[in-house]
Design a binder for this molecule. Structure first.
Ligand code: B12
Ligand code: SF4
Length: 547
């Protein structure tokens, strides 16, 4: 840290990480930028390791003694209206809504460190910045890409005049909140993130290492916030720089095997950049080291491109939304049923794994259009290289075409949830019936089809807590929590913890957890797969003291 450097604590306020461990990539990008400019940064997750987030916040503030706290708001909710385990329900829907917990985090930070400046940012924040600051009772936020504005804010604080000149800055003023214009984003020349934060190692093993190749989306799909988050104009990253980063990941992160290109849509605006990147991956042999995934739309896409992606070790996630031309058209979606079908067929021919994502219930949906989509799904059924996922209803977010449609037409039906300032509270458009009814209808035909039902319970929390403690190098706590846990928790985390301990050259810890696990398996009398005991014995023998 330089003599003028500040200490910044970045909190990843994404409670959904407990269900789906996505790496805090936005915070990491900011952290890298700030560190290069002489500041010191820690990224922490407030919902782990303890169940009580207050305890986690208190201890991380005590350990890091920050000058600033940044809070990353990636998700406002899950965009989904039928979450079986969701914590927020209303008439005809049930979802996760994260802002109340983020508000509690803010209160706790204020209580533990009164007067400590707090600044928020992130994808979800960018969609409704003023309403969110008001809801959270905060003075400062940053919309869009945070790197340079956050650094300038930190260096300007507490000079209000200088803060008011920072691009992307949102701040409290006499008129309420002022949102400064966004500065067009540029990838730093020569940007290479040599590694990811080892404190979140488990995340990039669980859901892949995120790599960014461009930002922006020039489409206007009615329900989508991404052009608002990233801008309607594309900014590309130099392919040489992406390849250097992939090579650095290959070198520095031995257990990283999957890469997720975190694009809005990988094949926009046309196939040139994506094809060049896939060719460079093949040329440099990176397709033999990694599996790649990205999100795409069905057009532009063709068999030649699908073959290239297959050769480059890609699987694809298609935002298809519907097979009905009427629904696609009504929602300003640029492709049609024919394009969806051709993309599915091109993937099948090339042997590339595709996940087809649909939304039932958007404007224009009727039981006939739903039946049409379901019939097409039967025609192109699930198989080893094709899966389907779906959500129900269009979440109405501020600034989207769907929001404008609802405000203009004020439909007297098909609205579920609550209209609120900045559209913060869950609010859906769902036709021809409520989200629950539409989901039941789809389930009647495809009972096994995934509608994102994510389970979260004490066992999962403990397992993640142990992973998090070991990733954060809090070894004594990780080992003791493992030893105190029941055999179900141990079975879920043993392999990960053992390998991490060995990597960290903590053979005594690896031995201690193996012996504790073996003892517990014996006592559990059949509740655990006996093969697990063989694995633990084998691992122990590798340490040189088998049983
Ligand atoms: C790729 C992606 C995924 C991948 C992630 C893969 C991976 N290994 O990382 C997958 C498919 C797994 C995924 C899952 C989910 N996703 Co997603 N995802 C995205 C996507 C397309 C890109 C996110 C990303 O990494 N961008 C790159 C980073 C570097 O950019 P960034 O996050 O915007 O960060 C910058 C700024 O925001 C800012 N910033 C960020 N944090 C902070 C903090 C501070 C203090 C400051 C000042 C600035 C700042 O600076 C950063 C650098 O410039 C976004 C949409 C989008 N275009 O942003 C949706 C999006 C974020 N996802 C969304 C959702 C809903 C989900 C899921 C809930 C879906 C589900 N049903 O399970 C899960 C949640 C998972 C979780 N635990 O968070 C929604 C959130 C909307 C909302 N309602 O809040 C989005 C916006 C998509 C959408 N169209 O609605 N996702
Ligand atoms: S759904 Fe995809 S193509 Fe449509 S606006 Fe969103 S990111 Fe762009």
């Amino acid at each position: 840290m330089s003599p003028t450097g500040k200490k910044i604590l970045l909190l990843y306020a994404d409670r959904y990480y407990l269900l789906n461990q996505v790496y805090p990539f936005g915070l990491d990008m900011n952290s890298n930028y700030l560190k290069k400019r002489g500041h010191s940064v820690d990224i922490a997750y407030p919902f782990l390791p303890h169940m009580d987030y207050r305890e986690n916040i208190r201890s991380v503030i005590e350990q890091t003694d920050p000058d600033f706290v940044g809070i990353g708001i990636r998700n406002l909710d899950t965009c989904m209206s039928c979450e079986e385990y969701g914590d927020f329900k209303g008439d005809g829907y049930q979802t996760f809504f994260f802002l109340p917990q983020i508000k509690e985090i803010v209160s706790e930070v204020k209580q533990v460190a009164p007067g400590l400046p707090i600044v928020v940012g992130g994808g979800a924040f960018t969609v409704s910045p003023s309403a969110m600051l008001e809801y959270l009772g905060l003075d400062y936020g940053i919309v869009g890409e945070g790197e340079e504005p956050l650094c300038r804010f930190i260096e300007a604080f507490p000079d209000k005049e200088r803060i008011s000149q920072v691009p992307n800055m949102v701040y409290r003023s006499a008129e309420g909140y002022t949102v400064n214009p966004r500065k067009p984003y540029r990838f730093e020349s020569g940007l290479t993130l040599e590694r990811r934060d080892p404190g979140f190692n488990f995340a990039y093993q669980a859901t892949a290492v995120p790599v960014q190749v461009k930002r922006g989306c020039n489409q206007r799909c009615s329900y989508c916030v991404e052009p608002l988050i990233e801008s309607p104009r594309f900014v590309f990253r130099n392919i040489g720089s992406v390849i250097r980063e992939l090579k650095a990941i290959a070198r520095n992160m031995a257990d990283a095997t999957s890469i997720f290109f975190v694009d809005t849509e990988f094949n926009l605006p046309d196939l040139r950049y994506a094809s060049d990147l896939a060719k460079a991956i093949i040329r440099d042999g990176l397709h033999e080291r990694f599996r790649f995934t990205s999100q795409l739309i069905p057009k532009p896409f063709d068999t030649e491109f699908a073959k290239l992606l297959a050769e480059a070790s890609f699987s694809v996630v298609f935002s298809c939304e519907s097979f009905s031309d009427g629904v696609l058209e009504k929602n300003c979606i640029s492709y049609r049923e024919k394009d969806v079908v051709e993309a599915i067929e091109a993937c099948e021919k090339s042997g590339i794994h595709s996940t087809i994502c649909l939304i039932f219930g958007l404007p224009g949906e009727t039981y006939e259009t739903i039946d049409h989509s379901l019939a097409k799904m039967r025609e192109y059924p699930f198989c080893s290289i094709r899966t389907y996922e779906y959500t129900v209803g269009g979440r109405i977010y501020q600034g989207t075409p769907l929001c404008a449609y609802v405000e203009k037409n004020r439909p007297s039906k098909y609205l579920y949830g609550t209209k609120s300032e900045g559209y913060l509270l869950p609010y859906y458009y769902c036709a021809p019936a409520s989200p629950f009814e539409v989901r039941e209808y789809v389930k009647g035909v495809f009972p096994e089809l995934l509608c994102y039902q994510n389970r979260y319970d004490d066992t999962a929390h403990r397992r993640l807590a142990i992973c998090y403690l070991s990733d954060q190098a809090m070894w004594e706590d990780a080992v003791s929590l493992f030893i105190q846990s029941n055999v179900a928790v141990q079975a879920g985390v043993y392999d990960y913890l053992f390998k991490r301990a060995v990597q960290a050259e903590r053979e005594d810890d690896a031995r201690a957890i193996s012996l504790a696990f073996l003892g517990n398996i014996e006592n559990a009398k059949g509740d655990v797969d006996p093969a697990q005991a063989d694995i633990a014995r084998f691992y122990l023998s590798c340490l040189g003291q088998g049983q």
